[in-house]
Design a binder for this molecule. Structure first.
Ligand code: NAI
Length: 497
């Protein structure tokens, strides 16, 4: 191919893609139907690159960037690669690709930055559908390393490899995804939002608490509500709705009525000044109120196993006069039990154990977690809850008390992320390694969902999901068959040792 890259659509994504291609040394042509839009994009890129150079973020000569705004498809004749980033509308994209085919040479590669359409559908009716593929960049393009590459049914052999090598030279990490709804990231990330909404709709915890627990205990860089306020609820809900519709309204992807209400009220988030949280000079920053300091329990705390809870509690400097170690339950001085969540609500465990039960949420890493959620059973005596909170606070954790909901916050969210990741793996959407890479780089998750599933164990994830399904009686929490198999055989989800 010759070196010229053309970008059609000089909006948010097209401008970012043009910047990255130009910085990689390509002559770049930029085209938009709105008069002046491509010119503005070119000067915007030069300004941004100048700022980046001044701040020492990159080393480049802004004036040497070979960027040209053009105003007709005919001006793209010299392109070796065209990347389309226009409106997300199949009919409009198809028309553009048909026109492009007439404007460019026979060897020119045609890529679409579509976030939801199949490259097979976009290429249908073209004379040379073999040169079409999907190249899904993430916003903001210059900062997000991930690119999902989607080959269509007719994409020529070797074209995906060639394009992946090219985009990797631009400093991106390319993962391969099958042409399925939401590709990798937009499909597997849904529970991060959906479970937060479910907890909110159940009044299990305030949004501030859900955000604080997913960051402090789950290790996610941003809580789901703060993140949706940033993305915009209009955009986020539209993606959820499109994936849900594409999967025949599968309840695992169901949109939230509470989020719908925000969209209908125009409360899109930061960009409209108000979403789940308020923004602007007068709005207080969202902050969760953790449990007040409680007395550290004195007397014998028996780690009745604690293979699981043990690391969380032994971070404490306090000498608890620890008893025997065997599984994942701690006996508090009052006789109440502190139990690691396997999805079953505390109140249901009371019957099983014949004692007061307080459930502790899971974390990304007990050794580094800064917060944790606990859920007391109905009728839990104040003394028992004080003991549990005091013990966890003595271990340096900010403790959030939430309602007795199945799988608390991190436990249920991560179990569903793992479930959908295994589902995508089973359906051949991508390799295990690409799924985990995509979720780390594209969604910012601290650990790929399959690696996370291995960390907790497929058997535990399977147990959590079974408990959620039992509690809610809903197919939303049904387990992916491959997860069940892995749970039964003890094989890993990532395919490693
Ligand atoms: P945008 O609305 O910011 O920009 C689209 C641009 O395309 C506009 O400037 C518009 O004037 C121009 N345009 C429309 N029809 C055209 C045509 N026939 N020929 C030339 N220019 C035309 O949209 P955005 O957000 O940049 O999205 C573009 C594509 O990228 C869509 O397919 C979207 O689904 C996808 N995408 C968007 C992401 C995002 O976060 N915004 C992330 C990943 C993919």
């Amino acid at each position: 191919m010759n070196d010229v890259v053309a970008v059609v659509g000089a909006g948010t994504m097209g401008t970012g893609i043009a910047q990255v291609a130009a910085l990689a040394g390509h002559p770049v042509l930029l085209l938009d139907t709105v008069p002046g839009a491509a010119d503005r994009a070119v000067s915007g890129i030069r300004e941004r690159v100048k700022t980046l150079v001044t701040r020492g973020k990159i080393d480049a000569d802004p004036d040497a960037l070979d960027l040209t705004a053009v105003d007709s498809l005919d001006a793209l004749a010299s392109a070796g690669l065209v990347i389309e980033a226009i409106v997300e509308d199949l009919a409009v994209k198809r028309r553009l690709f048909a026109d492009l085919e007439r404007a460019v040479g026979p060897e020119c590669v045609l890529a679409s930055n579509t976030s939801s359409l199949s490259p097979t559908a976009i290429a249908a009716g073209l004379e040379r559908p073999g040169r079409v593929l999907g190249l899904h960049f993430f916003n903001p393009v210059p900062r997000m390393r991930l690119v999902e590459l989607i080959a269509g049914a007719d994409t020529a052999a070797g074209l995906a490899d060639w394009t992946a090598a090219l985009v990797e030279r631009w400093g991106k990490t390319v993962v391969r995804a099958a042409a399925t709804p939401g590709f990798i990231v937009n499909r597997i990330a849904r529970p991060y939002y959906a479970e937060a909404w479910r907890l909110y709709e159940e009044r299990a915890a305030a949004p501030e608490v859900i955000d604080a627990v997913l960051t402090g205990a789950g290790g996610f860089p941003m809580g789901p509500f703060a993140l949706m306020d940033l993305i915009g609820h209009d955009v986020n809900e539209a993606v959820t709705r499109s994936v849900w519709t594409a999967f025949g309204q599968d309840p695992r992807f169901a949109p939230s009525p509470a989020q719908r209400a925000l969209v209908e009220a125009g409360r899109y988030g930061r960009k409209s000044g108000r979403g789940v949280y308020g923004y602007g000079p007068d709005a207080p920053p969202p902050e969760a109120t953790p449990a007040a300091p409680r007395p550290v329990p004195v007397g014998e705390v028996t780690f009745n196993g604690a293979a699981d809870l043990h690391p969380l509690l032994t971070r404490s400097e306090v000498d608890f006069r620890v008893g025997a170690l065997s599984n994942d339950t701690v006996v508090l001085p009052s006789g109440a039990l502190l139990v690691r969540s396997t999805g079953t609500p505390a109140t249901e465990l009371v019957e099983e154990h014949g004692r007061t039960v307080i459930v502790v949420d899971r974390t990304l890493d007990d050794a580094t977690a800064t917060a944790v959620a606990v859920a007391p059973c109905d009728g839990c005596p104040e003394e028992a809850l004080d003991e549990a909170i005091g013990l966890l606070q003595a271990a340096g954790l900010v403790v959030h008390v939430v309602d007795d909901t199945p799988g608390l916050i991190v436990t249920r969210t991560v179990a569903m992320l793992v479930n959908l990741a295994v589902d995508a793996l089973q359906q051949g959407v991508a390799t295990a390694a690409d799924i985990d890479t995509a979720m780390r780089l594209g969604a910012g998750h601290p650990l790929g969902p399959l690696a996370w599933g291995d960390r907790w164990g497929a058997e535990i994830v399977d147990e959590i999901l079974a408990a959620l399904q039992e509690s809610y009686g809903e197919p939303r929490y049904r387990r992916t068959p491959l997860l069940r198999r892995r749970a039964l055989t003890g094989a890993t989800l990532t395919g490693g040792e």
